[in-house]
Design a protein around this ligand. Structure first.
Ligand SMILES: C[S@@+](CC[C@H](N)C(=O)[O-])C[C@H]1O[C@@H](n2cnc3c(N)ncnc32)[C@H](O)[C@@H]1O
Length: 279
């Protein structure tokens, strides 16, 4: 019921007569453990790849929609902090008037991410956000993050607010994908970037049959053993197969007004990163 491999959630609507809030309330605590179990830990590499494609610089403002427990935002803040540290050290080395103490300080700075870099995690489910917020406090992310309950189809933000919009393993859960894409376009600043990480289509026949075997024979079993829920995981696998392929989704992003849309396959297309810009 959880993880990148979680069955689609349909906004705040009912799933088998159970409000989605109630469903996630029971699973939010287990969410991160399940992510690792169901994807064999590979979701971490996929998320790292998203950050490498994004390559955010100090000062960037991120909206992570369907952000769950904050994985993408944590990576974003780490990445920006690293970039800033590197830039400061370069400046320190170039500046002959700095003392060794000052140069040393630039290596050991524990200040929060400066220059207005901020990430907003937005999710329809407040229990997921609650778990994420607790994690953020434990990991010391503090004031650089905010947590907002909101629907990807109707974002609670003004126009032209963000430099980057991400949605990782979330768009598949949204009922009206086109509506979510239009909202992404609306809240991005001109020049801002849309990035989506989602399951996609494997084209290599050998990999495809291995992937099918894993998906249909292993995932529901894991779902039963770990979450006591075979059916949901069976449904999950089917929902992944129903999600538009790379080219079709690319066309949908273009239709929503984005330019220079492209995608990158990861693990042979098991997952794809789609990218587009608002001009
Ligand atoms: C599989 S999790 C992904 C979480 C996170 N992005 C990650 O990669 O770990 C999907 C998330 O989408 C959220 N979600 C589902 N429908 C949504 C919607 N319409 N608007 C915002 N969030 C939604 C769920 O609450 C859940 O936290």
């Amino acid at each position: 019921m959880v993880g990148p491999l979680s069955p689609p959630l349909h906004g705040a609507k009912l799933v088998s007569q159970v409000p989605i809030g109630t469903v996630f309330e029971s699973v939010a605590q287990k969410y991160d453990v399940m992510n690792d179990a169901m994807s064999l830990g590979i979701h971490r590499l996929w998320k790292d790849s998203l950050l490498h494609v994004m390559n955010p610089q100090p000062g960037a403002r991120l909206l992570d929609t369907a952000g769950g427990t904050g994985d993408i935002s944590f990576r974003f803040l780490d990445y920006v902090r690293f970039q800033r540290g590197r830039r400061d050290r370069r400046a320190a080395r170039a500046n002959q008037t700095l003392s060794w103490q000052q140069i040393n300080d630039s290596y050991t700075s524990t200040e929060p991410v400066q220059q207005g870099s901020r990430a907003v995690v937005c999710d329809i489910n407040k229990e997921m956000l609650k778990v994420g917020k607790q994690r953020a406090e434990e990991l010391g992310y503090g004031t650089d993050l905010s947590w907002v309950v909101g629907d990807a189809e109707e974002l609670p933000f003004d126009d032209d607010q963000f430099d980057v919009y991400t949605i990782a393993f979330g768009i598949r859960n949204v009922t009206h994908i086109e509506q979510a894409l239009q909202e992404a376009h609306r809240v991005l600043k001109p020049g801002g970037r849309f990035l989506c990480l989602e399951f996609s289509k494997v084209s290599n026949p050998l990999l495809s049959s291995l992937y099918d075997a894993y998906s249909f024979q292993v995932i529901p079993v894991l779902g039963e053993v770990i979450a006591g829920d075979w059916k949901s995981y069976q449904y999950l696998v089917e929902s992944i197969r129903r999600f538009p392929d790379q080219e079709t989704f690319k066309g949908m992003i273009e239709d929503s007004g984005f330019f220079r849309v492209q995608y990158f396959n990861l693990t042979g297309g098991v997952v794809a990163i789609h990218s587009g810009f608002k001009l």
